[in-house]
Ligand binder design. Structure first.
Ligand code: NDP
Length: 285
């Protein structure tokens, strides 16, 4: 444990989609800080195989199955967490899918992308909210998002108005936006509606996640709850999602991601989008 740190081995972190890529690196780095980390994956074999080398290094890592796109799996995970560790202090929503190659833009898998990256993340967050311990150090949710979902990628004036109207933005409006996109995908009219141009289905999923982060942060602040929620875009990173292309490694991303997840309570913002290490203005969230 780092001296002067707010955390200890009693601190519990949960990381989703952690059998490979950025999620796996985040688990290793959090556990190296002495934090008890629940490494989750949707497949037992892949999850156990990813946890074993970390445990062999003596790191405090526990494996548990969690498919964020499956409501039954989310409910079972929340029950297990309540029954075993009692709660958590840090939730890292990392799991996501993209079916696009770097230079393609297919929406063939839009439903799966939205179900995983947006609805799944939200479902898990809402299921674990009551279990966040709200200690004096403040519980933390870090959503691994993407700058592809920033507002400067949106070309529809009405959509921009909806997302910029902070006072009146609600979860229902965000869901409405996602349903509208999926309906347009279904009837083949999604092009020409001002959605982000690159990796459109993935970008819409992150656009919705960013907006939900902001709405949730406001909701938690209104209830004076000691829970912060922020987004972090790691930038172009060498993982399977990018077919190994990228500017940085998952380990480099984990160094920064963990430093954001472990910010001292008096330096911890909420409702902020970190593009690499730079906090962005809300207007770009
Ligand atoms: P990877 O494709 O390497 O890893 C994705 C992980 O998510 C895998 O462990 C995968 O599991 C898991 N996953 C997918 N679907 C589910 C599900 N339904 N339930 C649980 N886990 C699931 O991607 P990265 O490591 O690159 O991405 C991590 C995060 O970083 C994502 O949120 C991504 O959007 C974000 N990001 C990545 C960038 C990059 O350049 N790499 C850039 C910006 C953001 P399985 O092995 O079973 O498929």
């Amino acid at each position: 444990m780092t001296s002067g740190a707010w955390w200890s081995k009693e601190t519990v972190a949960v990381v989703t989609g952690a059998n490979r890529g950025i999620g796996h690196a985040l688990v290793a780095r959090l556990a190296e800080h002495g934090i008890t980390v629940v490494l989750t994956a949707r497949d037992d074999e892949r999850g156990e195989a990813a946890a074993a080398p970390l445990r062999d290094r003596g790191l405090p890592v526990v494996y548990r199955r969690l498919d964020v796109a499956d409501p039954a799996s989310v409910a079972a995970f929340a029950d297990w967490l309540r029954g075993t560790l009692g709660g958590l202090d840090i939730l890292v929503n990392n799991a996501a899918v993209s079916f696009n190659a770097i230079d393609t833009n297919s929406v063939e898998h839009a439903e799966t992308v939205l179900r995983t990256n947006y609805y799944g993340t939200k479902l898990l967050t809402e299921a674990l909210l009551p279990l966040l311990r709200r200690s004096p150090a403040t519980s933390r949710i870090l959503n691994i998002s993407s700058q592809l979902g920033l507002l400067n990628k949106v070309r529809s004036p009405s959509l921009l108005r909806l997302l910029l109207d902070e006072e009146n933005l609600t979860e229902a409006k965000i869901e409405g936006m996602v349903s509208q996109f999926l309906a347009q995908v279904k009837d083949g009219t999604w092009e020409g509606h001002g959605w982000p141009k690159v990796w459109t289905d993935y970008s819409v999923s992150k656009l919705a996640l960013n907006a939900y982060t902001r709405v949730l942060a406001r909701r938690l602040q209104a209830g004076s709850e000691r829970v912060s929620v922020n987004c972090f875009c790691p930038g172009f990173t060498k993982t399977d999602m990018t077919k190994g292309w990228g500017k940085r490694t998952a380990d480099e991303v984990a160094d920064l991601g963990v430093s954001l997840a472990l910010l001292p309570p008096d330096k911890l913002p909420t409702g902020t989008f970190f593009k690499w290490s730079t906090p962005q203005l809300y207007s770009k969230l």
